[in-house]
Each structure stands twice: as structure tokens, then as C-alpha cells.
Design a protein around this ligand. Structure first.
Ligand SMILES: Cc1ncc(C[n+]2csc(CCOP(=O)(O)OP(=O)(O)O)c2C)c(N)n1
Length: 618
């Protein structure tokens, strides 16, 4: 049996029938399709989406943003659901390249369907086509190749029959997932073909929980038993595998302290007795001191970014060894670790059984307990600074944390907020802390928050965003109003890039070019160039409230929570004083080796000193 459909209709018909199953629970994989139409998709995929009202279409304001929304959706769904995104050809398509990279870095599934130039070629160059004199076998969509986990171009309608299942294999693979790009030439989208009926039958993709090698597991258990100062690092893999309970039991049984990466924060509830906080550049003192001294590091679902390893300075014990539990072989082998290529939950359960009877020393446990108590005091201090106005960023985080419920989600991506949140946020749910810190893409925040809300409307979503990120991509407020997806957005106005300003000063560059100021005598150091964020947000349809004092902030947060429509609270924060410090860590940002500037020469000296502690783990 065959069904005559256009390539675009066949694509949507196929996507509708894709399901995933894990732990016996089955669900449809796709939640619908975001898009912006142009000549490259309006008559092809646009027509197909119009016909298939049961596959929802969402109109957004910017193509990059819709990929961020799809990322937020997939991340809070633990990669068990995804969205697809369709664009026209040319600029609409390449606007998604940054989003594709963000998805792939973070290993989150998104299906991108950019329109493409005519496969038929006879009318080329079409509007928005980038021609080349050396080949006709290329379009701007080739830009997606390095940022996609799977890439294909459909130049004949029947190619979908082999391409779409491959796309699903990659999207649902715990180890290989990321952006999948299927470029759809606009003429082919509208072409009909007799597709085999089987292509449109319901398919259930099992998300596996692979087990590690049995002998490697025994070696791992022996290493744990022999260790005196073990530390477990929980990465995003713990969350995606829904391994929090297994981790909690493992930590309680063994007494091994758990430090969390940005993607792994929330693996344990903040008040778990073995939770020692954030690790690395944006880490807390307990986690970083324990990392420095650890003789065994057990990395679970982490890819050891430089923020986690403090640019390879975090682990200073000469005898340190690593065990890496990861579904991705690539990550499991990092730091010459004993690799356990396995699902996090399964591996932690098996390891718990294999080390039964082992427990860290009472002295080690005492240190963990002390670090935890000292850190709680430090958080209280920062939450209650009562600085300003302008308020300190730390106390704004405290006020927002206090205003949230246990299942609410905080969303953030770039600037100084991620570091401060990593340290200070008290997470009570594995999906309650939503940081896009793989690509740390400014502009992710509001668009990503929309994806979170769409995936789970039962949760209140709190987007925390700096004024710089807000100005890059605030327009999805309008989409959130369209969809009735209420967000609580807190804009922290520091009149520019306070994070990069601080970084610039630390490398001797004096904050150059990082503040929103008017040009004066040829330099960007005139008066502050103000932005009315309240008016801006209101113009997009949000309820917008400007606050200055602590009390006004608390009242605005209470109002925001009870509002039905997206609410934006704008608060000025002090970019220079009462900043949250960094604790026991370092980040490699190379400083100019020669410079006429004294500030740079001084910074270079301490940079050279810091680099001495970078290690290879061979
Ligand atoms: C798309 C993008 N461009 C540039 C950067 C580099 N960058 C990181 S943080 C930052 C400034 C962020 O400013 P803002 O959102 O106001 O936060 P703040 O630094 O004030 O906390 C910049 C430019 C980035 N992460 N993403």
C-alpha cells in the first residue's frame, strides 16, 4: 500500500507517529512545530502543517529563539520529548545555526527543518540564495553541518524514507543526541510521491538504560573501597537519566560527598547531607576544597568542561584517579578514567550493591557536615545583605528563591547570574534549576523559559536575565502572551555586561567596552545610556513592574506569581559592589604576554602563576 503525499506532508505525518518509551512509560516524542514562514516553506511545510491540525504549529518571533524554546522544552523533559522548527531559506535558516550549536553542545534533541534552495536549480538564483561560482551543490544550510549530530538534504521526496528514521535514531540516542538538521529544498517540499504506508505506522523508540561492563564495575568498586577522600561530581547526565534517587541512596549509603556541575545542579536536593554544592569556577568552598584534595573522583554524566575542572586546576592530589559513568564513551574516557559506559541510574544502583559495607571515615563525614553548615551561613549572609539601592545581585537571587515553590524552575544562561545562581540557588527539584551553560548563549533565557513552560505548564517558571541578554532577545515575551504561557521574568539591570566588565578588569583591561554608555570625546565612557525595560516589556504585552528597594521587589514577586500573564520585574543591581565572590577556584583566560598597560602587566604575572597548577591526567 502506498500513500500519495507531498514530501512536507509525509514529514509531518511521520513525525506525528513517533513515540518514545523509557521505564515502561510511553509518550509521543514531538510536541509540535515552531516556525516562521517565508517563500522557502510557506507552500510546502506550511501547507502540511495547515492540513495536520493535530500536530500543533507555533508562531515565534525569531528563528534562533525558537530553537532555544525547543531546547528548553527538551531539557525540562529530560530529553524524552522534543519540538521541531521550520524556517524559510537563507536568513531564516541561518538564524537557527546558533540554536543548533546550543542544542548540540548541551546534548539536547531538536529537529530543524530549514527550507533550502531549489533542488531543480533551473530558476536559480532564487531570492536569498547564496550562489558560488565553484559549485552548485551547496547552500547556506551547509553551515549546519558542524553544529548538527545528523545532517541531511532531501533532494528527492523518497529520500525521506531513509532519512527520517535516521533522524529519530539520533534524536532519541542518550549518547548522540543534539541538533538534527534536515534541509528541505522548497520545490521538493511540494512534490508528491507514493510513500509506503508502513512509514506512517506508529513507532516506539526505546530509550535504553545501557549497563556498564561487569569487570569494569568490579574494578570501580575496588577503587572506591580503597579511597579515603572520594568525591562524586554530578553532571547533567544524572538529571536526564532521572537518577537523583539512585544518587541520593548511593551518597547516603557510602557517605561520599556530591558536588554538582551547572547541568547537574539539582541532582540532589540542596539540603541532602552529602550535597557539598557547586564545583569549579563557579563553585562553593566545600566542593572545591574537597575536589582539590580528592584521591578519587567519580564523575557521573559530566563532560568536564573548563568550568567544572577550573581549567584543569581543580584536582591537585598527585594520586587522584577518576571513574567516569557516562552513556557517551567520549566522556567516559576523559581524564584517563576507568570508564563505565552506562546509564547513570543503572550504574549507580549496581555500584551501590558492589560497594556495600563501604563508608567514608567519620572524620571525612565531619568535614562534609562542617562545610555544609558554613556554606549555609554564607548563603544567608549574601541573601540578606540589604545593600543599596541599587540592590546586590545576591540578595535579588535570595528574594526570588524565597518567592519560589519547590517545583518551580529557574531559567538562566549567560552573564554573571549563572555563576551566582550555581553557588546560591537552593534547588529542591531535579528539574528546578535550568541553566543553559554548555553554550552560555545570551538570549536563551526568555525563549528557553517559554519552552520549559510549554513542556510543563504545572510549574511556575522564573527567568532571571541580565539587561544585556534581555536586549539580545526579549521578543519571545510576545510569543508567551500569544500562547498563554505565563513566565515570571526578572531583569537585573546593571547597565551593561557586568560579568565581562569584571572579567575585563581581572585581566587588566579596565572594563573596556562593557558598559552601556554614550560616546564622549571618541570613547564609550560618557553618561549611562538608559533603557526603559518596563516600557519595553509592557510594549510586548507583559505586565511590567519596576522596583528599587528590597520590599518593592518582594511585593512585585508576589504579584508576579499570582498574575495569569507574563510578568516582568525590572530591578537595578549594583555592578561594582557587594558582588558574590568566587571561592577557591580559577579560570584560564589568557592575558596579553606583552602590553604597554601596567594593569595588564600585573594581571599577566598572576595569570602565569595560576597556570602553573593546570594538570594533565594521563
Ligand atoms: C550570544 C553571546 N554573545 C556574547 C557572549 C559573551 N558574554 C558572556 S556574558 C556577557 C554579558 C552579559 O550581560 P548581561 O546579560 O547584562 O549580564 P551581566 O554580565 O550584567 O550579569 C557577554 C557579552 C555570550 N555569552 N553570548
Amino acid at each position: 500500500m502506498a500513500r500519495k503525499l507531498t514530501a512536507a506532508q509525509a514529514t509531518i505525518e511521520f513525525l506525528k507517529r513517533q513515540y518514545v518509551a523509557r521505564d515502561g512509560v510511553e509518550r509521543p516524542f514531538f510536541g509540535g512545530c515552531f516556525g516562521i514562514f517565508g517563500h522557502g516553506n510557506v507552500a510546502g511545510l506550511g501547507e502540511a502543517l495547515l492540513e495536520h491540525a493535530d500536530f500543533p504549529y507555533y508562531l515565534c518571533r525569531n528563528e534562533q529563539a525558537m530553537v532555544h524554546t525547543a531546547i528548553g522544552f527538551a531539557k525540562v523533559s529530560n530529553r524524552l520529548r522534543a519540538l521541531c522548527c521550520t524556517t524559510s531559506i537563507g536568513p531564516g535558516a541561518t538564524n537557527m545555526v546558533t540554536g543548533a550549536a546550543t542544542a548540540t553542545v548541551n546534548r539536547l534533541p531538536v529537529l530543524l527543518l530549514p527550507g533550502d534552495i531549489f533542488a531543480r536549480r533551473n530558476v536559480a538564483p532564487v531570492l536569498q540564495q547564496l550562489e558560488g561560482p565553484n559549485t552548485q551543490d551547496i547552500s547556506v544550510n551547509d553551515c549546519f553541518k558542524p553544529v548538527s549530530r545528523y545532517w541531511d538534504r532531501i533532494s528527492r521526496p523518497e529520500q525521506l524514507i531513509t532519512s527520517l528514521p535516521e533522524a529519530m535514531r539520533v534524536l532519541t540516542s542518550p549518547a548522540d543526541t543534539g541538533a538534527v538538521t534536515i534541509a528541505m529544498p522548497q520545490d521538493v517540499q511540494a512534490e508528491a510521491f507514493d510513500y509506503p504506508e508502513e512509514l506512517f505506522e506508529k513507532r516506539v523508540w526505546n530509550i535504553p538504560r545501557p549497563r556498564g561492563d561487569a569487570s569494569a564495575l568490579q574494578v570501580a568498586a575496588a577503587r572506591i573501597r580503597a579511597s579515603r577522600q572520594p568525591l562524586l561530581i554530578a553532571g547533567g547526565g544524572v538529571i536526564y537519566s532521572q537518577a537523583s534517587e539512585a544518587l541520593s541512596r548511593f551518597a547516603a549509603q557510602t557517605g561520599i560527598p556530591v558536588a554538582e556541575t551547572q547541568a547537574g545542579k539539582g541532582s540532589l536536593c540542596y539540603d541532602h547531607p552529602q550535597e557539598v554544592g557547586a564545583i569549579g569556577v563557579t563553585g562553593t568552598p566545600g566542593a572545591n576544597i574537597l575536589a582539590r584534595e580528592a584521591d578519587l573522583v567519580i564523575g557521573v554524566g559530566t563532560r568536564y568542561s573548563d568550568f567544572t575542572t577550573a581549567s584543569k586546576t581543580a584536582f591537585q592530589n598527585p594520586a587522584v584517579r577518576f571513574i567516569n559513568i557516562n552513556v557517551a564513551e567520549f566522556d567516559a574516557y576523559k581524564h584517563s578514567a576507568l570508564p563505565l559506559v552506562a546509564d547513570a541510574r543503572v550504574a549507580l544502583e549496581e555500584l551501590a550493591a558492589a560497594v556495600r559495607g563501604y563508608r567514608v571515615s567519620a572524620e571525612y563525614q565531619e568535614r562534609i557536615t562542617r562545610f555544609r553548615a558554613e556554606w549555609e551561613q554564607e548563603v544567608e549572609r549574601i541573601y540578606n545583605l540589604r545593600h543599596g539601592p541599587p540592590l546586590s545581585q545576591g540578595e535579588v537571587i535570595g528574594a526570588v528563591n524565597r518567592a519560589t515553590g519547590p517545583r518551580d524552575v529557574v531559567v538562566c544562561a549567560a552573564g554573571s547570574l549563572p555563576g551566582d545562581l550555581h553557588k546560591l540557588w537552593r534547588t529542591r527539584d531535579p528539574n528546578g534549576y535550568h541553566l543553559e551553560y554548555g553554550y552560555s548563549c545570551m538570549g536563551y533565557e526568555i525563549a528557553g523559559g517559554l519552552g520549559v513552560k510549554m513542556a510543563d505548564p504545572s510549574r511556575e517558571v522564573y527567568v532571571m536575565v541580565g539587561d544585556g541578554s534581555y536586549l539580545m532577545m526579549a521578543q519571545e515575551i510576545h510569543t508567551s502572551v500569544q500562547e498563554g504561557c505565563k513566565l515570571n521574568i526578572i531583569v537585573l539591570d546593571s547597565h551593561g555586561f557586568s560579568s565581562i566588565g569584571g572579567l575585563s578588569r581581572s585581566v587588566g583591561c579596565q572594563g573596556f567596552g562593557t558598559e552601556y554608555r554614550l560616546r564622549r570625546d571618541g570613547h564609550l565612557d560618557g553618561e549611562i545610556n538608559p533603557v526603559d525595560y518596563v516600557a519595553n516589556a509592557a510594549s510586548l504585552g507583559a505586565i511590567a513592574i519596576g522596583v528599587r528597594t528590597h520590599q518593592e521587589l518582594e511585593e512585585a514577586l508576589a504579584r508576579s506569581r499570582s498574575n495569569q500573564r507574563t510578568t516582568v520585574v525590572v530591578v537595578e543591581v549594583d555592578p561594582y559592589h557587594a558582588r558574590v565572590p568566587s571561592y577557591e577556584s580559577w579560570w584560564d583566560v589568557p592575558v596579553a604576554e606583552v602590553s604597554l598597560l601596567k594593569t595588564v602587566q600585573v594581571a599577566r604575572e598572576s595569570y602565569v602563576e595560576g597556570r602553573r597548577r593546570e594538570r594533565y591526567f594521563l
